[in-house]
Design a protein around this ligand. Sequence first.
Ligand code: TXA
Ligand code: MG
Length: 309
Amino acid sequence: MSITPATEDAISVAAAILRNGGLVGMPTETVYGIAADALNVDAVMATFAAKGRPSENPLIVHVASVDQARSLVSAFPDTASKLAERFWPGPLTLVLNKKSTIPSQVTGGLATVAVRVPAHPVARRLIEVSGLALSAPSANRFMALSPTSAEMISPGIARDLAMVLDGGPCEVGIESTVLDLSGDKPAILRPGDVSAGQIEDVLGMPVLGHSGEARKSPGMYARHYAPRAQVIVVDRLPENGAGLVLQSTADPMQIPMPLIAHEFAQKLYKALYDLDARGVDVIYVEAPPRTEEWSAVWDRLSKASHSEG
Ligand code: TXA
Ligand code: MG
């Protein structure tokens, strides 16, 4: 794989690769993704193969505008318009009833499709130059940590990518909020940087899953977003005077973490990745506060610390 700075020339090359059915590592403001032409079944299948991901786990389709999003769905309800107006481009994914033109492989056989307009300028430019809607799951092997920089993409994934566009470290650092608008009531399927409270403010109605009890969706597993080392969340680590930290057992390295939820989220995967890279067996994470603004962080911590079986 070549990691290439995301210049306009490199984006043109990547766009040509995508139009020919290839896979490209793409920066977004949340995490890096594996971009492919969402309407090309072979490219979509290659995406699943690269990740080692079960076929019933649907992909998010990335578009550059509300109009392009509309072209993929059978209806774009008022709720979607309001949320798009407020949060797009940005880390909010909307699940809507799909048009028949979307291959069922993209949606894991569901009648709905997940769409978002990413905020990262490289992702948006790549969509525009390619003229495609781009399916893009996070660029990690199934269950593993999502990469928040180009260098964090594992060699096992990278060998299947024609190129990786390097757009620097991700600003949000955890995956987008996934909101299901296909049913009677809006429901959070995956918490993220856009909170249930913010969505409720815009819609003026309650959102299911507000308490962190997300409704079931394919692709949501108890264990996920996990480094190789075991993750244990503890109230407080001994000999730590400095606020939240991540610490490994084998060596006493501590990574100080910000006490602001979105800054903590931005650093979390990189911190787990760095400790993992030291070959440690256990990573301790000091428990952040239990308030609503930390719910996306808690979602990722509980999944990363969930033991298999
Ligand atoms: O921030 C993000 O969303 C990143 C970047 C690359 O955009 N992408 C990402 O994709 O996290 P992925 O494939 O790792 O996670 C997508 C999840 C699926 O596992 C599934 O839980 C949910 O979104 N999803 C996608 N389509 C859905 C649908 N039609 N119905 C319900 N859930 C869906
Ligand atoms: Mg993922």
